[in-house]
Ligand binder design. Sequence first.
Ligand SMILES: Nc1ncnc2c1ncn2[C@@H]1O[C@H](COP(=O)(O)OP(=O)(O)OP(=O)(O)O)[C@@H](O)[C@H]1O
Length: 299
Amino acid sequence: MTAMPTLVADTGPGSQPVTLGPVLSIFDPVHIGIDEFGQPVRVPLIYRNMLIGGEPGAGKSALLNAVVAHAALSLDCRLVLLDGKLVELGQWRACAEPGGFVGPDLDAANKLLKRLQIMMDRRYAYLVDCERRKVAAGDAFMPYVVAIDEIAYFSATVGKKQDREEFAALLRDLVARGRAVGIIVIAATQRPSSDIIPTSLRDLFAWRFAGRCTSHSSSDIVLGHGWAQQGWTANSISPTNPGVGLLIAEGGTPQLVKTAYLDDATCAAIARYAATLRTTVNRQAATDTGQQPGAADAA
Ligand SMILES: Nc1ncnc2c1ncn2[C@@H]1O[C@H](COP(=O)(O)OP(=O)(O)OP(=O)(O)O)[C@@H](O)[C@H]1O
């Protein structure tokens, strides 16, 4: 695990400081579950994106929550959450950036993605100035984890066509260009169809997880064309086994995974702990530098 500082929370006048930590790092691989041999499956997410698809109840939100839990506990990254269902990621709201949680509101989602796009452009300008190709651990610019549940809600369900198309274009740009500047997109959909995930978008996700799918073709839409014909299809996963799915990495072969599951109470407890850590570290940073978190991006 990447070494991170232990933090001391000041719990108020007259009380003893409480030591908080340890914490995680977004530069570490994220534990997402176990493989069919019971071995842990850990995926490096930095400089990568993850697509999660599958039928309703397949376990997509559970996987998304496991990844967001790691990100929330990683004080070296910022969190942005777009939740078309409001309650799937709602528990992590206090861990998100100020203004970084959007519920079922397409206008707000587009505004947030536009802000990220501007920040991405500025980060690229900075990298060009420094003659570098990507952000690194310890940079003034922290990685962002952008979690989206559910893509189709914003890109195909609500609002005006023009706004939905704007959402799809902004998402595509973030997924295509965000990696080098530390923007990691984790996006879930219960509609793995070619209108929601065209091949050109799918191929930009280095990690793809297909929970149970209703057909071979929707499994292929997540994993990549031709895998079902070779016997790798999320259509064969039992509907009574949520959380099981096929995970594929760029250029790799699918592997069967049972994802880690955090129930609501556990998510809430981790979220409270992570929010306390984040408040503490932001307060310390403001005291030490006189700057608010994210100041490097605003400069
Ligand atoms: N890894 C897991 N282990 C055990 N149970 C799981 C796991 N993942 C999901 N489940 C169970 O399946 C249920 C549905 O999971 P989840 O809400 O993540 O599905 P989903 O694919 O996001 O569904 P929807 O598209 O309808 O939101 C959970 O409430 C939980 O009971």
